[in-house]
Design a protein around this ligand. Structure first.
Ligand code: GDP
Ligand code: MG
Length: 153
């Protein structure tokens, strides 16, 4: 079985509201394996680089303010179809549209505070993991769960 990795980040509103635990629980219950985790406050430079593709959007400044407003919990989760499975349990970008049972649907109220980030492609996952983590701090997949070697494609 091919095992992929994806980058997930509990945003500052999720951290402040005590949702790291519930979010980790949902990823574990889905079947993901945690490969790395780091609680940190990010600077504007990292936030702007992370969301570089949104630079021209009218809400970009507000988005960078949001991401730097407190600590974030950056994580790498791994498993089959990691990017797609993570996006499925996170839900649509706007919590108003995210279905019940998804993280954003259950915990969020407005697009300005949508709790969590998940990479949108394998290429994005590899780029974002590289921005937030040193390779030697990332666990390999456990033999019991998946076996093989994890790749951020
Ligand atoms: P995602 O991949 O589902 O997170 O959505 P996008 O990549 O399109 O946008 C990245 C992030 O920008 C979202 O998760 C929101 O935090 C923020 N965002 C997107 N659209 C809007 C918007 O219209 N207004 C505001 N304030 N933030 C937005
Ligand atoms: Mg996105």
């Amino acid at each position: 079985m091919q095992v992929e990795q994806t980058f997930v980040m509990v945003k500052p509103d999720g951290v402040k509201r005590g949702l790291i635990g519930p979010i980790i629980t949902r990823f574990e219950q889905k079947g993901f394996e945690l490969a790395a985790i780091s609680l940190r406050t990010i600077d504007r430079n990292l936030a702007e680089t992370h969301y570089g593709e949104l630079k021209s959007k009218p809400f970009f400044g507000e988005l960078v303010d949001y991401l730097t407003s407190g600590p974030v919990c950056a994580m790498i989760w791994q498993g089959p179809h990691a990017v797609e499975n993570a996006r499925a349990i996170i839900g649509k970008t706007n919590p108003v549209e995210a279905g019940p049972g998804t993280i954003r649907g259950d915990f969020g109220m407005d697009i300005s505070g949508n709790i969590v980030h998940g990479s949108d492609s394998d290429a994005s996952a590899a780029r974002e993991i590289g921005l937030f983590f040193d390779r030697d701090h990332v666990a390999q997949p456990s033999a019991q769960l998946f076996g093989g070697t994890a790749v951020a494609r």
